[in-house]
Design a protein around this ligand. Structure first.
Ligand code: CA
Length: 233
C-alpha cells in the first residue's frame, strides 16, 4: 500500500489539528473536513483509506454520515465521541463504524486504532477467492465449507452457537461488534437481557481458541460495548 490516506472529520479545530499533526509524524496523508457536507464530499473525491469521524458535527449527525458512506464504501470508520455520548457510539457501531475513540484520547491510542484499521484495509485489498472459503488468522483457521475450525492444525470442537459466534467475529475481523449486533446475528434476538448469556458463550469460545484465555489475543473485549476479532501479525 502507498502512504495511507486519512480523512479527519472534526469541527473542533484543536482536536483536528492534533490528529493532523499525529498523521504528519507517521508520514500518513490526510484531508480535513469540518462538517458533514465536507465529509461526504471528501469521502467521495479524496477516497481515503480510513475515516476518523467526530460524531458531534454542526450540520449533521455523524451516524447519518456512516449510513451514507456505507452505501458505497467499506472503508474503516473510527468514530470519535465525548464520554457523554456513549449510546451514540454504540449506534454508530451498529450502523457500520469499525471502532471508536472516547475524548480525550491519547495519540498512542489513536495510532493503535489506526494500525488495526489499516491492517484491515491491506488485508481486504489482498484478499483472493480462496480466503472466502478458508479463514486464516494467526494459528486460527476456519474451513467454512466443512464448518470446522482449527487451531495450529488441530480441530477445535465447537458447539453450533460457538461456531456461529466465531464465524461472525471472523467475517468482521478488525471491527468492533456490539452486543446488540451479535445477539441479532447469532440468536435473532435484540434483548439486552440476553447479554449475560452472550458473555458465557464468549468465555467458553475463548477457552477453546485462545492460547491463554485470560490474556486473549484473538477476541478483544470492549467493556459495555461488545467484542472484536483482531488480525494477528
Ligand atoms: Ca464536535
Amino acid at each position: 500500500m502507498n502512504k495511507p490516506k486519512i480523512l479527519i472529520v472534526e469541527d473542533d479545530l484543536a482536536v483536528s489539528n492534533l490528529i493532523a499533526t499525529t498523521m504528519e509524524t507517521q508520514d500518513y496523508l490526510f484531508q480535513k473536513a469540518k462538517n458533514g457536507a465536507e465529509a461526504i464530499m471528501e469521502a467521495l473525491s479524496y477516497r481515503p483509506d480510513v475515516m476518523i469521524l467526530d460524531l458531534g458535527l454542526p450540520d449533521m449527525d455523524g451516524v447519518e454520515i456512516i449510513k451514507k458512506v456505507r452505501g458505497w464504501s467499506n472503508m474503516p470508520i473510527i468514530v470519535v465521541s465525548a464520554r457523554t455520548e456513549d449510546s451514540d457510539k454504540v449506534e454508530a457501531l451498529d450502523e457500520g463504524a469499525d471502532d471508536y475513540l472516547t475524548k480525550p484520547f491519547s495519540v498512542d491510542e489513536l495510532l493503535a486504532r489506526l494500525r488495526v484499521a489499516l491492517r484491515r484495509v491491506r488485508f481486504d485489498s489482498g484478499k483472493g477467492s480462496q480466503e472466502e472459503l478458508i479463514y486464516q488468522n494467526g494459528e486460527l483457521q476456519i474451513d467454512y465449507s466443512a464448518g470446522v475450525a482449527f487451531r495450529g492444525g488441530e480441530e477445535i470442537h465447537l458447539t453450533p452457537i460457538e461456531y456461529r459466534l466465531l464465524c461472525l467475529l471472523a467475517k468482521n475481523t478488525g471491527k468492533v461488534l456490539t452486543y446488540n449486533y451479535i445477539l441479532k446475528e447469532v440468536w435473532g434476538s435484540t434483548l439486552a437481557s440476553d447479554t449475560p448469556s452472550l458473555r458465557v458463550f464468549m468465555a467458553t469460545l475463548r477457552k477453546k481458541i485462545e492460547p491463554v484465555p485470560s490474556e486473549p489475543r484473538y477476541i478483544q473485549t470492549h467493556i459495555g460495548v461488545g467484542y472484536r476479532m483482531l488480525r494477528q501479525g
